[in-house]
Design a protein. Structure first.
Length: 361
């Protein structure tokens, strides 16, 4: 059985650190906490779980801090988590089993990162990350912000999820890091432009976000998946600015990169036509979205709502508007499987059952 070192960087995480550690303390063999300048009870809490608490001066570079944390690991493999991450009970069981059965020749194990969940427990954003890595390989983190772990060798994909349970969003922190890079004249890669665009969009700077996404899309290098979602995210910015025609063009552009349409694009295109009251065309795109289920090995972003409850709920509305109440009821029930207490869905159910005689099957 392999042994695991947990390595974390923290700062002012008194609200969530214990919650995180409670989900892994009985699985890992060593806990290393690197504090980057906490002024609350974070260090005190960390010392309740381990005597391996260290300090590193924050220099505005996440990769540097994460690489520092890895230096303290002494076990076979390194697991990294953020303080607002947890392992759900089922994933704890899976990690224990992985620890007992992992072939030591494996260099890295990727896991899902469930970066968001809704009030009904549905995952809203998922992607893969190399999460458990062999210590002796000395893998390094790269990037000031939105850093990534540069991994090579024998990599396996697991079905374990790390669940992100953020309490609050650090508004502007990442943008400040990017601005510092711009100020010192750093050359941005395609990946940099994509994540810079994401930060601009999330902070409401839509026109600047569009420009960053266009930089990514226009570069010949870079991950094709980033270009797919640069188009989709750029479309959102156009919509927020009231430019629905360029929204549609950007969504269609995403298909040039993805070859087969992503559910995130299909559902947005469906909504474009729904707003124009072209309900049959909208239904076509929504239905297509439900058929585009990502492969379990997909490493890029996946937003499950766009191929599960959301297109079904919108098809309910579309079918209602063209007078096909039986189909409207079917799709509302399909949405209800994912969001059983959603008031919009329950309202639709009540309306269709009382007014048009539709009954639960």
């Amino acid at each position: 059985m392999v042994e695991i070192s947990l390595c974390m960087i923290v700062k002012n995480e008194e609200e969530v650190l214990a919650r995180c550690l409670d989900t892994v303390k009985d699985i890992v063999d060593e806990i290393n906490i690197i504090d980057t300048g906490s002024t609350d009870r974070t260090v005190e809490i960390a010392k309740q779980y381990t005597d391996r608490v260290y300090f590193f001066e924050w220099i505005g570079n996440f990769a540097a801090a994460r690489n520092e944390s890895f230096k303290y690991a002494t076990k076979d493999y390194i697991l990294y988590l953020d303080a607002d991450d947890i392992l759900l009970e089922e994933d704890q069981k899976k990690l224990k089993l992985l620890k007992e059965t992992l072939d030591p020749s494996v260099d890295s194990v990727s896991m899902y990162y469930d970066a968001g969940t809704d009030e009904f427990g549905n995952v809203t954003l998922r992607y893969r990350r190399n999460r458990l890595v062999k210590r002796e390989k000395n893998f390094k983190w790269k990037g000031d912000c939105h850093q990534y772990l540069e991994v090579f060798g024998k990599i396996i994909e697991s079905d374990i999820s790390v669940t992100h349970k953020k309490i609050r969003h650090s508004v502007g922190r990442a943008l400040n890091i990017y601005q510092n890079r711009i100020d010192r004249g750093d050359k941005f890669s395609a990946r940099d432009y994509f994540y810079y665009g994401n930060e601009l969009r999330e902070n409401g700077h839509y026109q600047k976000a569009i420009e960053a996404y266009e930089q990514n899309i226009g570069m010949t290098d870079g991950w094709i998946e980033d270009k797919v979602y640069a188009c989709i995210n750029k479309a959102d910015c156009h919509r927020f600015l009231g430019d629905v025609e360029n929204e549609l063009k950007s969504l269609l552009k995403s298909i040039e990169f993805s070859k087969t349409p992503r559910p995130e694009a299909c559902s947005r295109i469906g909504y474009y036509y729904q707003l124009k009251r072209d309900y049959k065309t909208a239904i076509f795109w929504y239905n297509l979205a439900t058929q585009q289920i990502p492969d379990s090995g997909q490493w890029s972003f996946s937003y499950p709502a766009y191929y599960t409850w959301y297109p079904h709920l919108q098809m309910c509305v579309c079918y209602y508007n063209i007078g096909d109440f039986e189909s409207a009821y079917f799709h509302n029930e399909s949405a209800r499987k994912y969001r059983p207490e959603d008031q919009r869905i329950l309202y639709n159910k009540s309306l269709l059952e009382s007014k048009f005689g539709q009954k639960t099957v």
